[in-house]
Ligand binder design. Structure first.
Ligand code: ATP
Ligand code: MG
Length: 536
């Protein structure tokens, strides 16, 4: 099939090319790339601690980076060593990443809500030799270190003070003498960051992203420019690729002012948006759901005008309800994976709700039939595969998983998608989470977006449960708004009237007080499934 035609600048052929012009990616190190950009807005505020109000200008970020790099060098850290960052969002996060990267260290970001067991697993897998953490997390770190003699952590650097740990402030106050130049780097080979995938579908995997991967993705995002001094919220966890690259790295290139919050807490979230006069926020669907449905939002005077969403599906109805309630311009959606640094697809204003937009520059895609592997055309549904400079080097210590994910240079996303005649993409569901009812495929995310249109529903999730005759049937879990008296059956009936017969909630509806979600915004369907199967 060498058939090729062009519509609105989008090229269909064996595979799809981006509608955006391709961009040049310099062959340099991450630290060199970022610091040279920071030089341009030295006197502007780069990052602010939303809790304490402490701010760093871009100039201060540069100085603290060079001093910290010098101190780390004196402490014996050298190019190729891996250091773990196990701290909640704060301005220091940026400095640690830049300083470690300036020395050529690999940075492994750790989910700050991990247990000692999970932390131990990542420290072992990543072979980290130092850890940066918050004082209150030190006991957990020590517990993790005590679990295995194979962990080789030389220093615990702490943001504040804790007995037996070295304060990060002492690194930032170093005389800078030991750091004379940025470490040389082979940008396409050297791993810069080692985040772990979210672990939504299985065990989290260490994702090796090179300097080239990260710089490429930052440059590819240039199609969505940010105003200098733009005030942005930094609430998405910086350990996750979305918070790290899109919020922290990309926006600071433009001289934006990021206000960090260590975790989601309704009052703190809303009062920060209000008091810091935040106009743009990068969020995930659960936070958008909160802004759309929660009554306490009415008590605040927000001046948000733009929301960006990614990491999980966001239905069209919820987008419309949210923009109307908040009076904002639009919600821009992006799609990506840890394995793609992360962005692959991005919608731009004027947005097309329900679509995750078009391919960003330098990126190619193909949709393949999941059974035959055949390449499909517009409006045909199959697995989305990606090729581009943002695609990871591979998984750490997992050659088989890497080979399964990247075949013939194409990254297989595991997501079911299709595109329209104009090159807009629509993500239906994860291949692993599609419910198979009598051979029909039922995407849980679609049912969830329909349930959310019920005026009494605060939140929901859908899973497939085993059924002898049908294979699987969809079952709904619903959180009701306060003081609502609907019955489980009313919700099932409501759905029945809105969807094709094979999508009915034949597995029943259960009212729950909360839907299990990860901090990166994903519904943890496997938690609900395990609970159901174990009869709890
Ligand atoms: P694991 O691979 O360990 O199971 P994970 O895939 O959830 O975890 P991430 O890399 O954080 O880890 O998430 C990537 C996935 O998130 C994508 O494969 C896709 O399923 C989902 N995703 C990201 N953006 C969107 C979006 N805009 N709409 C729908 N799904 C999205
Ligand atoms: Mg994944």
């Amino acid at each position: 099939c060498h058939f090729k035609f062009q519509s609105h600048g989008f090229i269909f052929m064996l595979h799809n090319l981006s509608v955006h012009p391709s961009v040049d990616v310099p062959d340099t190190s991450f630290a060199s790339f970022m610091l040279s950009k920071y030089e341009k807005h030295k006197n502007l505020i780069a990052i602010e601690n939303g809790i304490t109000g402490e701010t760093y200008t871009y100039d201060q970020v540069i100085t603290k980076t060079l001093k910290t790099a010098s101190a780390l060098k004196k402490a014996g850290y050298k190019a190729g060593d891996t250091v773990a960052i196990f701290i909640r969002n704060s301005p220091e996060y940026l400095v640690i990443i830049l300083a470690a990267s300036a020395l050529g260290l690999v940075i492994s970001t750790v989910n700050s809500s991990y247990t000692s067991f999970e932390l131990c697993r990542q420290l072992l897998d990543s072979k980290s030799s130092a850890i940066f953490t918050n004082p209150d997390l030190v006991p957990l770190v020590k517990e993790a270190l005590a679990t295995s003699s194979k962990i080789n952590i030389k220093d615990i650097f702490v943001l504040g003070n804790h007995h037996g740990c070295r304060p990060l402030s002492s690194l930032m106050e170093d005389d800078g003498s030991a750091f004379t130049e940025l470490a040389p780097c082979n940008s396409k080979e050297d791993t810069m960051v080692l985040p772990y995938s979210s672990g939504t579908t299985g065990m989290p995997k260490g994702v090796m992203l090179t300097h080239h991967n990260i710089i490429s993705n930052i440059i590819q995002l240039n199609i969505f420019p940010i105003d200098e001094k733009e005030r942005l919220l930094g609430i998405l966890p910086f350990y996750h690729i979305y918070g790290m690259v899109v919020v922290l790295f990309y926006n600071t290139l433009y001289g934006a002012h990021i206000v960090t919050l260590p975790k989601f807490e309704p009052e703190g979230f809303l009062s920060t948006l209000q008091n810091k006069k935040i106009q743009m926020a990068h969020l995930v669907p659960p936070l958008i759901l909160f802004l759309t449905k929660h009554p306490m939002v009415e008590d605040y005077n927000l001046c948000l005008r733009q929301i960006l969403s990614g990491a999980a599906p966001l239905g069209k109805d919820l987008c419309i309800e949210c923009t109307e309630r908040l009076g904002i311009n639009s919600i821009v959606q992006g799609y990506g994976l840890t394995e793609t640094s992360p962005v692959v697809l991005l919608d731009l204003p004027p947005v097309k709700y329900s679509s995750v937009g078009t391919l960003i520059g330098n990126t190619e895609s193909k949709i393949v039939d999941t059974k035959t592997g055949q390449i499909l055309g517009p409006m045909e549904s199959g697995e989305l595969c990606i090729r581009g400079p943002q695609v990871m080097k591979g998984y750490l210590n997992k050659p088989e998983a890497t080979a399964e994910m990247i075949k013939d240079g194409w990254l297989h996303t595991g997501d079911i998608a299709h595109y329209d005649e104009n090159g807009y993409f629509y993500i239906t569901e994860r291949l692993k989470e599609l419910i198979k009812y009598k051979g029909f495929q039922v995407p849980p995310a679609e049912l969830e977006s329909v349930i959310l249109t019920h005026s009494d529903v605060q939140d929901c999730a859908v899973i497939g449960i085993p059924d002898e005759l049908a294979g699987e049937v969809p079952r709904g879990y619903v959180v009701l708004k306060k003081d609502k008296n609907v019955k489980e059956n009313d919700i099932a009936k409501y759905i029945e009237n809105k969807v094709a017969p094979h999508k009915k909630l034949r597995g029943g509806v259960e009212f729950v007080s909360e839907i299990p979600k990860s901090a990166a915004g994903k519904i943890l369907r496997r938690v609900l499934k395990d609970k159901y199967l174990s009869g709890k």
